[in-house]
Design a protein around this ligand. Structure first.
Ligand SMILES: C[S@@+](CC[C@H](N)C(=O)[O-])C[C@H]1O[C@@H](n2cnc3c(N)ncnc32)[C@H](O)[C@@H]1O
Length: 305
């Protein structure tokens, strides 16, 4: 029996190529897991108003595992029906489902821009439900990006919990890496305040980028590489290799960014920021937040980018 979908319908905004950074990272980092999987089943959870990013995910993953089966799950049945013309079974299909993953046991789950409009307190339950449905050795990537996918952040989880945080930026248009703070996953977005580890991470990256300004003459990639190397030299346990760093990525173990204690910074249900929240936001971050989250809607129709 198919279980009742767990979660809430949110706005379905999506864009072609918006998720290329996370997809490319998935192929590079977990391509081997997919290649070796007994059942190459992948779920794209919350594909949104159109099937476009699910179609793209299938194409990217098929390069490493031609018989990959990608299932786009969406909690909104209208969007599931609308996606059907894009289906190409058995490699690509669409169905209704939520965090329980519709009784599938995938090796990879991509859930991008899904949890953003949930409460921070709902994140652990959603993570546990998704990772509890994984195949052995399976992983979930859950995160947020901007409209065009130039800034993206995601958490990678396995059945034991969160393992790493990745920040990724399009370097040719990057002004200040602090802009990534506005795209942190829901578990961290309210934690960009002094005393929280992720605030230290973003500040170290922004400081490193600023100090590496002379490298800009050699290109933004050299500048980012210099900033990441500086972070490593000051003790940040940066993961992955320079071949990934030069693409504008930074991955660290989850243990160094995990939130400390309960959040006092989540907006209250009436949409007002908690006391002190705005004081730590840059003007740019405030502008982005205002743009992305204009108002809280009813519980059955949550606003989502
Ligand atoms: C902003 S869209 C994201 C679309 C696409 N993933 C992207 O990043 O461009 C969020 C979608 O997630 C869906 N959604 C929210 N909660 C969900 C859940 N628990 N299970 C499945 N879909 C969900 C919403 O209905 C909405 O269509």
């Amino acid at each position: 029996m198919i279980p009742r979908p767990r979660g809430t319908v949110t706005r379905g905004t999506t864009n072609p190529n918006r998720l290329r950074r996370v997809d490319n990272w998935l192929v590079a980092t977990y391509g081997r897991v997919l290649r070796e999987a007994a059942d190459p089943l992948v779920v794209d959870l919350g594909f949104g108003a159109t099937a476009v990013t699910t179609v793209e995910l299938r194409a990217r993953l098929a390069r490493v595992r031609p018989d990959v089966r990608v299932v786009g799950l969406e909690i909104d049945p209208v969007r599931v029906a609308r996606a059907q013309p894009a289906a190409d079974p058995p490699g690509l299909s669409f169905a209704r489902g939520g965090f329980e993953l519709a009784a599938l046991r995938p090796t990879l789950v991509r859930a991008m821009n899904v949890l953003r409009q949930y409460a921070e307190s709902e994140v652990p339950g959603a993570w546990e439900t998704m990772t509890g449905a994984l195949a052995p050795d399976g992983i979930v990537v859950e995160g947020t990006c901007d409209e065009l996918g130039r800034l993206a952040c995601w958490v990678t989880l396995d059945p034991t919990g969160p393992r790493s945080l990745t920040l990724a930026a399009r370097l040719s248009t990057l002004d200040d890496p602090a802009a990534l703070a506005a795209r942190l996953p829901k578990a961290l977005i309210h934690r960009n305040v002094p005393g929280e580890p992720v605030h230290g991470l973003i500040r170290a990256l922004a400081d490193g980028w600023r100090d590496a300004a002379p490298y800009a003459a050699f290109g933004a990639r050299q500048r980012w590489l210099a900033a990441v190397r500086k972070m490593r030299s000051t003790g940040w346990p940066v993961l992955d290799r320079p071949t990934r760093w030069r693409l504008g990525e930074l991955t660290v173990p989850w243990s160094v960014v995990a939130a400390r204690g309960p959040s006092g910074l989540e907006p209250s249900p009436d949409g007002q920021p908690a006391p002190g929240q705005q004081q730590y936001q840059t003007g740019e971050q405030r502008a982005r937040t205002d743009h992305d989250e204009p108002a809280r809607l009813g519980a059955g129709d949550r606003e989502c980018r």
